[in-house]
Ligand binder design. Structure first.
Ligand code: GLU
Length: 510
């Protein structure tokens, strides 16, 4: 058999913001498509008109674009297999429903919700299937003339798939191996509803996979129960030869591993479970996203890629190109993946650290502008950022660590004053100012040598003097190497701050 062209699809339903689990599904589809030189399709499954949410489709597009998950064929991209939005494919589904009806593989059912409810009351564990369809109001029990007249009178109906009972159906899954289920556990799935002239998810999803020549159905584990239906419908249509390969991805679990990660876990535990911020158009409810929380898209991609897959060794930092190269279903796990949010922060830290200082500085400028209207040379910002970047997980953290480079301290840490600002400190700081005035060049290593020499010659307490120096310049006893700070700020600013501190800080009696 000729090798089939790899064609995969990400098929979200626009029922709200795309959940982070859906993003991972999209990512794995994309990685596989790129690796195999295949096609990545984005299909919008909007046949459930009752669950449609305005803005959700735009959200999906924006999220995928932000993450660099490229789409080859879709509503916006176009392509030879369109339309890519299911609500625009009604004729196609209608025709396919008719084919099943004509072949006796599906039937029309008129049972009203009330009638179905009555049956549920009457028969324990009622399921609409081979064992019960004979007692229901459908085209198998009614005469063709009755069926016609009911339809003509405008009676609402559905079309159900006539599932043959007691057949073992095997789904071959590239992660889970063969999964066999008995067809008797399936009900006669509704494929089409006359009320809105729309197919159900089941029919549309499966017909489109065939028509779009999908080679691999890669989706979340929660869809595993639908896979046998895929097999049975392909069979009913006579498409068995083009059956896709199935891949059901492991669940994303709560951070403690107890149960499936839910939309609510994010708010409850304080981390985003959506790629972008979202506001529900009806309830107004807001959900926070990775982008607005300060994550780099590369970090989110790397983090998600490793939730359920590994490269076969202990590498963790993998770029999109690395992931495309290394991805394989063999290294996907069957077990659910714990959503280790702390690890997500670590990835962001690593990716920020790997950015050139100049780029990091550019990301920091908007944060800086929220705090001060003064302007600073690009080079100064770049160097300040470079000195503290090892301490941050997010761009906004740069302010906490580097803010003092841009505004003088307004007050000084009381705890540090208590510990380091002794009655003799002002006099020593005055001497330090003199020492600093004499240093040439005013460069970190050289200043360090001179200042430490002066401390030693005077037999001062190294820790007290250096920490008082730091307290004066930074406002508290933290920050990068003191002489790097002084070099970057320059002699004048460093001295000005020490003088300010001498005037302002009163020793506190212990
Ligand atoms: N529309 C389904 C969803 O929202 C698609 C599932 C599948 O990939 O088959 O996830």
């Amino acid at each position: 058999m000729m090798e089939r062209r790899v064609r995969v699809r990400f098929a979200p339903s626009p029922t709200g913001p795309l959940h982070i689990g859906g993003v991972r599904t999209a990512l794995y589809n994309y990685l596989f498509a790129r690796q195999q030189g295949g096609d990545m399709i984005l299909r919008i499954e909007d046949t459930d008109s009752t669950r449609f949410v305005p803005g959700a489709e735009e959200y999906i597009n924006e999220a995928l674009a932000w993450l660099g998950i490229g789409i080859d064929e879709g509503v916006r991209e176009g392509g030879a297999y369109g339309p890519y939005k299911q609500s625009e494919r009604r004729d196609i589904y209608r025709e396919h429903v008719q084919r099943l009806l004509d072949a006796g593989r599906a039937y029309i059912a008129f049972d009203t919700p009330a009638e179905l409810e009555a049956k549920r009351q009457e028969i324990k564990n009622f399921q609409y299937d081979a064992s019960t369809r004979g007692m229901m109001r459908n085209s198998l029990t009614l005469s063709p003339a009755e069926v016609e007249s009911l339809i003509a009178s405008g009676e609402k109906y559905v079309v159900r798939f006539k599932i043959e009972p007691n057949r073992d159906v095997t789904v071959h899954d590239l992660i889970r191996g063969d999964v066999t289920i008995n067809s008797s556990i399936l009900d006669d799935k509704v494929l089409y509803k006359s009320v809105d002239d729309l197919p159900t998810y089941h029919l549309a999803n499966i017909v489109d996979d065939h028509l779009m020549e999908v080679s691999h159905v890669i989706r979340g584990e929660e869809w595993l129960p639908s896979a046998p239906l895929h097999v049975l419908l392909y069979e009913a249509f006579g498409w068995t030869d083009s059956m896709p390969q199935f891949v059901h991805l492991p669940l994303l679990l709560k951070p403690d591993g107890k149960g499936k990660l839910s939309k609510r876990d994010g708010d409850r535990l304080g981390f985003p479970v959506f790629p972008l911020d979202w506001q529900d158009p009806v309830s107004g409810e807001r959900s926070s996203g990775y982008r607005e929380a300060g994550y780099l898209p590369q970090a989110v991609v790397n983090f998600l890629a490793l939730l359920g897959w590994n490269p076969g060794d202990d590498r963790e930092i993998l770029s999109m190109d690395d992931l495309i190269k290394e991805f394989s279903f063999e290294h996907c796990s069957k077990k659910g993946a714990k959503f280790d949010f702390e690890k997500g922060k670590w990835f962001n830290h690593e990716y920020l650290l790997a950015l050139p200082d100049r780029e990091l500085a550019q990301l920091f400028v908007p944060v800086l502008q929220q705090h001060t209207s003064a302007s600073f040379a690009e080079d100064y910002i770049t160097r300040a950022v470079g000195l503290v970047k090892s301490r941050i997980n997010f761009v906004k953290d740069l302010w906490d660590h580097a803010g003092f480079f841009f505004v003088r301290p307004e007050n000084y840490s009381e705890k540090d004053i208590r510990k380091r600002w002794k009655p003799e400190t002002p006099a020593i700081m005055r001497q330090l100012v003199e020492v600093l005035r004499g240093i040439e060049p005013f460069a970190s290593a050289h200043s360090e040598e001179v200042v430490l020499g002066w401390i030693k010659d005077n037999e001062y307490h190294l820790g007290n003097v250096m920490n008082a120096f730091r307290l004066a310049v930074v406002g508290e006893c933290k920050g990068p190497h003191m002489f790097d700070i002084a070099e970057l700020m320059g002699r004048d600013e460093t001295i000005a701050r020490i003088e300010l501190a001498i005037n302002r800080i009163q020793p506190i009696d212990a």
